[in-house]
Structure formats: structure tokens, C-alpha cells
Design a protein around this ligand. Structure first.
Ligand SMILES: [Cu+2]
Length: 169
């Protein structure tokens, strides 16, 4: 009896969680914090991105703090810096994979020009894509939510360890 209940409950919780974080990322009311303004920045954090890692692996954050991240891609691959919960990163990765699959089939069927195949657009406020050799900036205001990660959700990168923790102190 108990065992039968577990799976649907987990699925429901996961869906609810994904819907909450995804919805809030769009309207700026996320409980993961929100994009910050330059005048409120208390600290600048340099983040190096390589193939395939982040340096540092963890970043200390105080509740309510606004940080400026300087994101330097020293690798030869496109990387992402995305602030979110682990479950939302997983959902983001699944969305990428589905989109790539869809684009590949559109390309094969001749609907889509080759230049647009596999190209990703990303306008979520909690995510920045950084081209190889490029440096970008993200200002983020944290709240009291714990369990936040910075992650690259490019295919396979998270699984290869391209993820770090925000340690709320
Ligand atoms: Cu990456």
C-alpha cells in the first residue's frame, strides 16, 4: 500500500517544484532571488569556466546579498552560468535535450535551415550563456533560500561535474 503511493507523490512534488521555479524565473518573483542592480552590489566574484568545470566549486552567500559575477569562459566550448535549484537544473537540461531533438528532426525534414539547428536562445534572467573566450557579467540578489546551485546545463556538462554550490551563511 505504502510503496504504491510513493511514486505518484514524488512525481507530483517534482512537477509542482519545476512549475514553481520555472514560472517564477519568468516573472522575476522567484524564491531563488532575483536580478540585482549595480548600486546594491556588495561583492564581486570571479568565476572561471573551463572544459568542463567551474572554479571555484562553491561560493559563500549571505541572505539578501547582491553579488556581481564576472564569468570568464577560458574553455573551447559554450558554457552556461545558471542559478537555480537542482530540480530546476534537471528540468532545464531536459528542455534543452527536447529542443535539440526537435531541431534535429526539423533539420532532417528540411523545415529548418542548418544555421539555426542546435542553436539555443536563452532569455531567462537567472541564466547567462558565455561563448569561448568571452567574459560576461551577472548581478544577482540572493534571498534566504538554501540549496541553490550554479550550473552549466549544456548537454552532459552538469553530469561531468560542471555544478557548484551556493553556501548560505
Ligand atoms: Cu558547460
Amino acid at each position: 500500500m505504502k510503496a504504491k503511493l510513493v511514486t505518484p507523490v514524488i512525481a507530483a512534488v517534482t512537477l509542482l517544484f519545476a512549475a514553481t521555479t520555472m514560472g517564477s524565473a519568468g516573472n522575476g518573483k522567484a524564491d531563488i532571488g532575483h536580478p540585482g542592480v549595480a548600486s546594491e552590489v556588495t561583492r564581486t566574484v570571479d568565476v572561471e569556466m573551463g572544459d568542463i568545470f567551474f572554479k571555484p566549486k562553491s561560493i559563500d552567500v549571505k541572505p539578501g546579498e547582491t553579488l556581481r559575477f564576472i564569468l570568464r569562459n577560458e574553455g573551447s566550448l559554450l558554457h552556461e552560468f545558471n542559478i537555480d535549484q537542482a530540480a530546476a537544473h534537471a528540468a532545464h537540461q531536459a528542455a534543452y535535450a527536447a529542443r535539440q531533438k526537435e531541431k534535429a528532426s526539423l533539420f532532417q525534414s528540411g523545415t529548418r535551415a542548418p544555421t539555426s539547428a542546435g542553436k539555443m536562445t536563452n532569455d531567462a534572467p537567472n541564466s547567462v550563456l558565455i561563448e569561448p573566450g568571452a567574459t560576461k557579467e551577472l548581478i544577482w540578489t540572493f534571498n534566504t533560500s538554501t540549496g541553490l546551485q550554479f550550473a552549466c546545463n549544456r548537454p552532459g556538462h552538469y553530469q561531468f561535474g560542471m555544478v557548484g554550490q551556493f553556501d548560505l551563511k
